[in-house]
Design a binder for this molecule. Sequence first.
Ligand SMILES: Cc1cc2nc3c(=O)[nH]c(=O)nc-3n(C[C@H](O)[C@H](O)[C@H](O)COP(=O)(O)OP(=O)(O)OC[C@H]3O[C@@H](n4cnc5c(N)ncnc54)[C@H](O)[C@@H]3O)c2cc1C
Length: 452
Amino acid sequence: MTEPPVAIVGGGWAGCAAAVTLADAGVPVTVYEAATIPGGRARRVERAGLPLDNGQHVLLGAYAATLALVARVHGEPAARRQFVRRPLAVVPFAAGQTDALRLVVPRAPGRLGLLVALLGARGLSLDERVANLRWFRALERAGFRRPAGESVARMLAPLPPRVARLLWEPLCIAALNTPAASASAQVFANVLREAFAGARDASDFLLPANDLAAIFPEAAARYVEGRGGSLHTGERAQVVAAARSGVTIAVDGRAATASAAIVAVGPHQLRHAFAPEALAAHPPLPAAIDALAALAYEPIATVWLGFAHAFRLPAPMTRLDDAPGQWAFDRPDILARAGPGSPRLAQLLAVVISASGPHTALSGDALAHAVDAQLRRIEPRLPPCAWSQAIVEKRATYACTRNRPRPAGPRLAPGVYLAGDYVDAEYPATLEAAVRSGIAAAGAVLADRGPH
Ligand SMILES: Cc1cc2nc3c(=O)[nH]c(=O)nc-3n(C[C@H](O)[C@H](O)[C@H](O)COP(=O)(O)OP(=O)(O)OC[C@H]3O[C@@H](n4cnc5c(N)ncnc54)[C@H](O)[C@@H]3O)c2cc1C
């Protein structure tokens, strides 16, 4: 008799990471994804023939688990072509931008790159640069450990306010999608440790050079299919009965048998991934789900702006002045992959606004208008905007606050395992957290199966 597959509920980056890990171990998997395209919160979104993403994403060189899995499913050198990879740099959008910081983190082992960057930062006084260096050394000497319940704002308090405002607060919002006043200092310190105290290229940033579904979830689906598994889109699944000997899944009303299930849905979708009888049979399940009700969420808006005339940006990722856009990204790859009938554009920018703020009240059109006006204020020579599209993800990530609830470990009930960005203890809600959690859940499945 053939062995029933491991069912994976949710085809985001966490579910796909679990699927690839199990397929590599020779375990059959079936992934169920409710949407018509895999990728979840990091997926392709077609607009007017343009293969956009639901939100501009940035990865770090420190995202070791994600980059390794992208390499596994694509192979080299195709994996390298998925990203534009550069040393981390904070570069203003326009030359004349006032009160702006400019720094480049050269590739160097450990903290050396950041120290060189902080010393050479333009836009900070000598005193501010020295204070910055001292602060980072103290953080490092403390082993990147922060007091329980500390906020990022409190962690930054010893710094001159301009240094916090121009450098660390924007990086906190970008990395944690949570304002410094409420963000977890420990999680921010974890990110700083991984990016600035590790391998020489850990602080690199990587911008997608392909759409987000193609970079991993679709390639993962092909990889899994090549090893006897499958990924079904447009299929919503629920765990109906769970036991160590096997799990029953309902897929759009029909029953399927699985040897185990990994539930890799967003935290707010968790309750609906279980049928009422499964919740009633395993009291720890509703208790774990109820604990997550205390999670708050933060939005991310991406405003796509197209121009009929090309212009040069000083870098692929540039810093704006937060009123309202925070960062602008150059995405020539999207125009190179544009379908027939798409608007004739010579330049496409993605402008990102992380976390909530006064802009949250604006309609998509009004937000696009506000960002266009902002760019024009900063750089009056910009050609006219020819096309725009705002995509707002209201629940982009959980708010990475000081005392947020976190489910313990991947084992949820007999035969049922949990994956998702909110499960990882170290990283904020990111692709790396999602991938790490998927690998951990697959590892727990393999460990509990024992040698086969
Ligand atoms: C706009 C935006 C910008 C971001 N920017 C960055 C960034 O720059 N860098 C970074 O690292 N991270 C970024 N993130 C965060 C990152 O995208 C997420 O942390 C990550 O994608 C979460 O993956 P996941 O697999 O845990 O969850 P999800 O992506 O939410 O996947 C869950 C999947 O489960 C499916 N599902 C739910 N219920 C069911 C069911 N019953 N049956 C079947 N399927 C179901 C959903 O459709 C979904 O596809 C951003 C997120 C957004 C939204």
